[in-house]
Design a protein around this ligand. Structure first.
Ligand code: HEM
Length: 305
């Protein structure tokens, strides 16, 4: 990257609160413009605004999810810039979600009948409210005054779980749109694969750390069988990620066959977790392909980011 680009990435307007304003002010103006164009007296109009607002939020949470992995895999000025500004990208995500929250409030108060007949579903409500609780706690603890209430380990646990949950929510929405509902739209493909890639990058960065630990272990080596098995699992995971429509019905049927499992579908977010199986296969493949012997004991587990 040229020196002038590096200077651009250090500009005040592209960092910290400058970046926050650059992302959230135009986004809010666009939101107001869309509100003015929409018939707010019709519940379907407000519902449209809910979707509209969240589409601004989704790319931001994916960027936050992938930031540390991009930095580990592709060190350079751009990934360093993203890593440095992760918090402010996250806060801009919170602004977009606040807009969605406002529209949800509007529809649930001024169009109560529509809300309870067309929108309200216990499981979605639990999922969405959990997402907003995470978001509120993450925003509050992004500032010194809130941060002081938690230990470093608690802060890390809250923010990592929150990012995972807030990544999983849209990822699951677009997975359903692609593989369960008919007539997926182009945006469903973009946001499904965007979410998949964001998480797969995290797995790749974790695998890279394990590989580096292997290189550091003097006698370390990964048996060829592990490499082949790992690569095969990763290939299966990638294939499954693109073919959900082929296996979803049978896998979901199998996982929800016991009565207790079928009951969980009513309220447990994301249950039975079948949409995550391709990523689990990619993760297991990465684990297998980077597991070997360091002087007969296995490689040390690298610290997570
Ligand atoms: C109690 C909280 C929530 C409620 C009641 C709610 C409700 C809704 C509604 C009514 C829609 C529009 C569906 C339609 O187009 O007909 C929607 C879409 C969506 N919501 Fe939420 N939501 C909540 C929380 C969340 C959270 C925390 C996220 C996480 C990012 C999220 C992500 C999405 C996504 C990705 C869409 C699809 C947008 C699209 O059409 O592309 N929602 N939500």
């Amino acid at each position: 990257m040229s020196k002038s680009w590096q200077a651009v990435l250090k500009h005040k307007a592209l960092n910290a609160w400058g970046l926050f304003c650059l992302l959230s002010i135009p986004m809010s103006l666009v939101m107001v413009a869309e509100m003015l164009r929409t018939d707010l007296s019709a519940p379907t109009g407000v519902s449209h605004l809910i979707s509209y607002a969240v589409r601004w939020a989704v790319p931001l949470i994916y960027l936050v999810t992938a930031a540390s992995a991009l930095h580990a895999l592709f060190p350079g000025p751009l990934s360093t810039w993203l890593m440095r500004n992760r918090k402010h990208v996250g806060l801009s995500f919170a602004v977009a979600m606040a807009w969605q929250g406002l529209f949800i409030f509007l529809v649930s108060t001024s169009h109560r009948d529509y809300y309870f007949s067309e929108i309200f579903l216990l499981r979605d409500e639990i999922e969405g409210s959990t997402g907003y609780l995470f978001l509120a706690a993450m925003v509050a603890t992004s500032f010194e005054v809130g941060r002081r209430l938690l230990s470093a380990a608690q802060w890390k646990l809250l923010h990592r779980s929150g990012v995972y949950f807030l990544w999983a929510y849209p990822f699951s929405v677009y997975w359903w749109n692609l593989f369960i509902y008919p007539d997926p739209r182009p945006i469903d493909y973009v946001f499904y694969w965007g979410g998949f890639i964001a998480f797969a990058l995290r797995i790749a960065a974790w695998g890279r750390k394990r590989q580096q630990a292997a290189l550091r272990a003097a006698a370390g080596s990964v048996p060829t069988a592990n490499r082949i098995a790992g690569a095969s699992l990763i290939a299966c995971g990638l294939a499954a990620a693109g073919t959900g429509g082929w296996w979803q019905k049978s896998v979901t049927g199998f996982l929800t066959a016991p009565e207790w499992s079928a009951n969980l579908v009513a309220w447990l977010p994301f249950w039975p977790f079948e949409l995550f199986l391709p990523l689990v296969a990619v993760g297991l493949g990465t684990l297998t392909a980077t597991t070997g012997r360091a002087a007969g004991s296995g490689f040390p587990e690298p610290a997570a980011d």
